[in-house]
Design a binder for this molecule. Structure first.
Ligand SMILES: Nc1ccn([C@@H]2O[C@H](COP(=O)(O)OP(=O)(O)OP(=O)(O)O)[C@@H](O)[C@H]2O)c(=O)n1
Ligand SMILES: C[C@](O)(CO)[C@H](O)COP(=O)(O)O
Length: 228
């Protein structure tokens, strides 16, 4: 069995629109609804957990679950950090899941091909993330904004979700991280730190995370390109 945890319990503070950005509509449909639909319609996915804020449950049930007939999804409640939310979702997944994908609710443009490729690769190598080679030159700056390093661009990728793992390995990496009060900004970091190799596979530049207001226009264009 393959399961997915979709995290949608953030606040969207960088969006500056006063609501959880997952509920902003693009072309008349909420961002999180596009994301859930991609996994619900994917034949490789057997179990879906969506992590939301407890105080948004009533709204989510009415405006997302009922409206789009997402009757088979399970709901978990989020925590303070993304990592807390993922962990709450993981605990609700069916124990028969061998492969688990973690995906941001705010990345609605994930394709069927990326989902299928991630699962296939994870069955082989146990830990795989999608990303894209960076196009810009990346600088590391110090506290005074002076450049301290220019890493070789050929070694740099921007990581996205889905991030896909063997369920037992991922659970152990989360438990270890919490035990040692380690917080990472993605799931792979937790698996890397307990010594597993994590493979990077090429995703798509269209698989953006809706983060700031500029992303809403770009998102509408991507939807058109994807005929959705
Ligand atoms: N405590 C949290 C924080 C984030 N997320 C989710 O993790 C994903 C990636 O996080 P991000 O884009 O940072 O979302 P927000 O935290 O909502 O945005 P911001 O940082 O601008 O407040 C989002 O789908 C978000 O809903 C979550 O489930 N629980
Ligand atoms: C997991 C992630 O989407 C990979 O790019 C990203 O790290 C989430 O980070 P955020 O700080 O929650 O935006």
């Amino acid at each position: 069995m393959n399961g997915v945890v979709i995290v949608a319990a953030g606040t969207g503070s960088r969006m500056k629109m006063g609501i959880n950005k997952q509920f902003i509509k693009l072309e008349n449909k909420e961002i999180v609804a596009y994301t859930i639909e991609q996994f619900k319609n994917n034949e490789n996915i057997d179990d879906i957990v969506v992590v939301i804020k407890e105080e948004e449950k009533e709204f989510f049930d009415r405006e997302i679950v009922e409206k789009y007939k997402f009757d088979k999804i399970k709901i978990a409640f989020g925590g303070k950090e993304r990592q807390d939310s993922v962990y709450n979702g993981l605990k609700l997944l069916d124990e028969r899941c061998r492969v688990v994908l973690i995906h941001d609710g705010a990345r609605p443009f994930v394709s069927n091909e990326i989902i299928a490729k991630s699962i296939e690769e994870a069955k082989e190598c146990k830990a795989v993330v999608v990303g894209v080679p960076v196009k810009d030159t990346i600088k590391v700056v110090d506290n005074d904004n002076n450049i301290s390093q220019t890493p070789d661009r050929n070694t740099l990728w921007a990581v996205q979700t889905p991030q896909t793992f063997d369920y037992k390995i991922l659970l152990k990496s989360y438990e270890d991280a919490f035990k040692e009060k380690f917080y990472g900004t993605d799931d792979a970091m937790l698996v890397e730190r307990i010594g597993y190799k994590v493979k990077m596979i090429e995703g798509s530049y269209n698989n953006i995370k809706i983060t700031t207001q500029e992303d809403l226009n770009i998102g509408t264009q991507i939807l058109k390109m994807q005929n959705r």
